[in-house]
Design a protein around this ligand. Structure first.
Ligand code: ADP
Ligand code: CIR
Length: 357
């Protein structure tokens, strides 16, 4: 059932992973026993193998996680590996647990985190969605990318009021425009080696693009890591307002598109770190006193279930003392609770910074 050469690649890749100094969740959880149990399996519809799931982590031993689901069935066929990684990343979501029903609540409970603009540069809340009947990146044909782009941009064309705007395909976009949008933190980067090794960048830039509303505070990424990323962002720390804007956008899009949702895993995404609510609520924040001791910043963040990223996103460094700090877990709690976790954590970090500063 495996394609020729796949088993040999799996065995060599696994050997290299074991002797590497990788800190990835893949290395931690892919025991010899699980490897042997899964190495010959393929998913029923798209025939994805264990190699399709883990090759990003095998090629990039500096991965934090190291695994993606090439198609939705991979989460079940390779559950012996995905489940412990999910439990580890999302802090205790067990294989017998069920993700709660969606519950956004409302942003009115979240006050401005930094009313005097002392610490927070900007606030962003994003979620991811997959569209039913389409597989994830590695299994998409060029035709499907374009078909899906057409469906999503049609839906985006139905947005009204504060959400109305325009769709810009990546294909044909000027390089300078693309770079400028990346530097402004609006557009996804190009050439992510983790995605490339996962076969998630095929036919690039076909089918990829970005939607902006007129105020440029509501954006939608099309066919990057996920089919859809719905993003709300603006300068300052008004989390409630940013969150409410994202909710309105994703709820309206849901009237025009059918999203992939699993009874146990919640909304389905390409990367297991994004399953469930798919919510990442972040601030770009300056905490000079805390950041003077990076280990301490990481420790306090972790205590509050927060993740620290660099200024240009995951796998980047902080520039000008600006960190991207967000909720880490997205599964086993509601959307509202995920944002609340970030809200409380950021408040605590600001308090700790004030005490030191
Ligand atoms: P995600 O998975 O949420 O899309 P990335 O780490 O790839 O995350 O970041 C995507 C982009 O969003 C990057 O340019 C990053 O700097 C930007 N970003 C994240 N949080 C904020 C924020 N609070 N304000 C401004 N830009 C942000
Ligand atoms: C890693 O393991 O470091 C990358 N594959 C990214 C993992 C989580 N991030 C993501 O989904 N963007």
């Amino acid at each position: 059932k495996l394609k020729p050469g796949v088993m040999a690649q799996l065995i060599t890749g696994y050997k290299n992973l074991i002797v590497s100094d990788s800190k990835s969740l893949l290395k931690k959880h892919l025991t010899q026993e699980i490897f042997d149990k899964l190495k010959s399996k393929v998913t029923p519809t798209f025939h994805s193998s264990l190699l399709d799931c883990i090759q990003s982590g095998l090629c990039n031993v500096d991965s934090g996680v190291g695994i993606y689901a090439p198609d939705p069935e991979a989460y079940t066929v390779f559950a012996d590996l995905f489940d412990p990684i999910i439990e580890d990343y999302h802090r205790g979501f067990k294989k017998t647990d069920k993700h709660p029903e969606p519950c956004f609540g409302s942003g009115k409970d979240f006050e401005n985190l930094d009313p005097r603009n002392e610490f927070i540069v900007s606030t962003r809340v994003r979620c991811g969605r997959s569209v039913q009947c389409f597989p994830f990146n590695p299994c998409m044909t060029e035709f499907e990318y374009c078909e899906l782009e057409g469906m999503i941009s049609n839906a985006l064309g139905c947005l009204r009021g504060q959400y109305s705007g325009s769709y810009m395909p990546l294909a044909g976009m000027q390089k300078e425009t693309q770079e400028e949008l990346i530097n402004q933190h609006f557009l996804f980067k190009e050439g992510d080696r983790f995605l490339q090794a996962a076969n998630a960048s095929r036919f690039w830039p076909a089918g990829r693009g970005i939607y902006f509303n007129c105020d440029k505070n509501f954006l939608v990424w099309v066919n990057e890591e996920d089919h859809i990323r719905v993003i709300s962002m603006e300068k300052g720390g008004d989390l409630g307002k940013v969150y409410d804007r994202m909710i309105g956008g994703v709820e309206t899009l849901g009237k025009f598109l059918q999203f992939s949702h699993d009874k146990r895993l919640g909304f389905l995404t390409f990367c297991p770190t994004n399953l469930g609510t798919t919510i990442r609520a972040s601030v770009h924040i300056k905490l000079p006193s805390l950041a003077a001791d990076k280990a301490k910043l990481e420790a306090i963040a972790s205590e509050h279930k927060l993740q620290v990223r660099g200024t240009r996103g995951e796998h980047t460094e902080a520039e000008g003392g600006i960190y991207d700090i967000s909720n880490k877990r997205r599964m086993g709690l509601t959307e509202y609770e995920a944002v609340r976790e970030m809200y409380e954590g950021i408040k605590a970090l600001i308090e700790a910074e004030r005490k030191l500063g």
